[in-house]
Design a protein around this ligand. Structure first.
Ligand code: PXG
Length: 288
């Protein structure tokens, strides 16, 4: 596998970053997780826009233009002979000293990895997930906006560990006010009385690219879709629930905190969303 690292392709074994890199020392950096379907990069422009905004939010000047990032992503897929897979775009503050001071980092370090993806096993898409709400809250908006896709995932990792301790594959995370924010690496949706609802970014949700695609699909299908503040009760008593993310795509949730959601099977709107999403990813996208 070839990695695009700081402007050139290197073998996987030679793709190394310094122990003084502030991405490693402090989680000081941002990233994107992007999908490649049938030779098309899904919603690349949206990912790059979010990447640019994440970098701007942490005052990190990107060394490449939008067109150059786009080229780097596509070229990394081509060089590795991939037509389907998962692309990780990462930029860190770069090499500095052992203090926090980001201004002592001379230049950012960046890399693109294009690889294969391991999804949830197919039976979960057919039967749905049983998940739990975990005690660890989403980092507050006043600490770090959830819209920044930073290299600081400890908050989500703790939630993922807690889910596992409860025997679940995923976790619902609440914000400090007790409203539903998102899952550990996915956004959350419910269907209630024919309407598709998802928490707004202001409640601690990342503005997921898949989330955006689902809202577009719902509206195209004539299904009302909007953001709303949601509580655990809203999820427990919803007709349908599903998670969305570049990794998981659209995955049904049939049980939360021991409560059966709807009929305990993936609901009709969830199934329609998953089908339509899988259809669209093959039609939309930037040709590599
Ligand atoms: N919330 C969080 C906290 C995320 O990290 C999403 C929502 C969904 O956003 P997108 O844009 O992907 O629809 C994410 C995305 C992984 C992995 O390696 C994580 C993500 C995406 C792809 C793979 O587990 N996070």
């Amino acid at each position: 596998m070839k990695i695009y690292l700081d402007g050139r392709f290197v073998d996987e074994a030679d793709a190394k970053v310094s122990v003084f890199d502030h991405g490693l020392l402090y989680g000081d950096g941002v990233f994107e997780g992007i999908r490649l379907y049938g030779g098309n990069v899904f919603r690349l422009e949206e990912h790059l826009e979010r990447f640019e905004n994440s970098a701007k939010a942490i005052l990190l000047d990107l060394p490449l233009t939008r067109a150059e990032w786009s080229h780097a992503v596509c070229e990394t897929c081509r060089v590795n002979g991939l037509t389907d897979g998962y692309i990780r775009l990462v930029i860190t503050r770069g090499v500095g000293d052992l203090g926090l001071a980001p201004w002592l980092c001379a230049k950012p370090c960046y890399f693109v990895i294009a690889s294969r993806i391991s999804l949830y096993p197919p039976e979960y898409y057919e039967n749905g997930l049983a998940i739990v709400t975990v005690p660890t809250r989403r980092v507050g908006q006043g600490a770090l906006p959830a819209t920044v896709k930073s290299l600081n995932y400890l908050n989500n990792i703790l939630a993922k560990i807690e889910a596992k301790q409860f025997g679940a594959l995923e976790a619902i995370m609440l914000n400090e006010q007790g409203y539903v924010a998102e899952a550990t690496a996915d956004n959350v949706f419910i269907v209630r009385k024919g309407e598709v609802l998802t928490p707004p970014a202001s409640q601690g949700a990342l503005r997921g690219v898949t989330r955006g695609a689902i809202i577009d699909i719902a509206r195209d299908l004539g299904i009302p879709a909007r953001e709303d503040n949601l509580t655990r009760y809203d999820l427990w008593c919803s007709d349908e629930c599903f998670l969305t993310g570049s990794g998981a795509e659209v995955i049904p949730v049939v049980k939360l905190d021991g409560r059966t959601i709807g009929a305990g099977r993936p609901g009709p709107i969830t199934r329609k969303m998953l089908m339509e999403f899988r259809k669209r990813v093959l039609m939309e996208g930037t040709r590599i």
